[in-house]
Design a protein around this ligand. Structure first.
Ligand SMILES: [Fe+2]
Ligand SMILES: [Fe+2]
Length: 137
């Protein structure tokens, strides 16, 4: 389950880094900064999840099989700005849902993992709000 979270986070780092250097990201300083900040958050999440997998005796896989499927970034660059933001918003909402499921799963058995997931969840909720704000601005 944490490996799936790791895969999602890796894709999110790509996604937001790519957007921060997109045409709009480079032209509009506020937008570029926003995406770069989010990429930094996602990189921090990547590290937190990978560390926890390691602590639990697993091996974090940084080249997972599903890397290109669930929240893949391939076609995002071809979308217009509002579509791109709408896609991000949808992606962040499904990430929020996924972390809520994980928290429910780990709550009784693993308080450390639960605390880490709750920290990440808070950021993901902020990301969804930021995307909503960009959509309506
Ligand atoms: Fe994240
Ligand atoms: Fe996020």
């Amino acid at each position: 389950m944490l490996q799936t979270a790791l895969t999602i986070e890796i894709v999110c780092v790509w996604r937001y880094t790519m957007m921060s250097v997109s045409d709009r990201g480079l032209r509009d300083e506020r937008v570029g900064f926003e995406f770069q900040e989010q990429a930094n958050d996602e990189r921090r999440h990547t590290r937190m999840v990978a560390e926890r997998i390691e602590q639990l005796g697993g091996t974090p896989n940084f080249r997972p099989h599903g890397l290109m499927s669930p929240l893949a970034v391939e076609h995002v660059s071809s979308l217009d700005f509002d579509d791109m933001i709408a896609e991000n918003l949808a992606a962040e909402r499904s990430v929020v849902e996924y972390y809520n499921d994980l928290i429910n799963h780990f709550r009784m058995s693993d308080p450390l993992t639960t605390a880490m997931l709750e920290t990440i969840l808070q950021d993901e909720e902020d990301h969804a709000t930021d995307m909503q704000d960009l959509l309506t601005s």
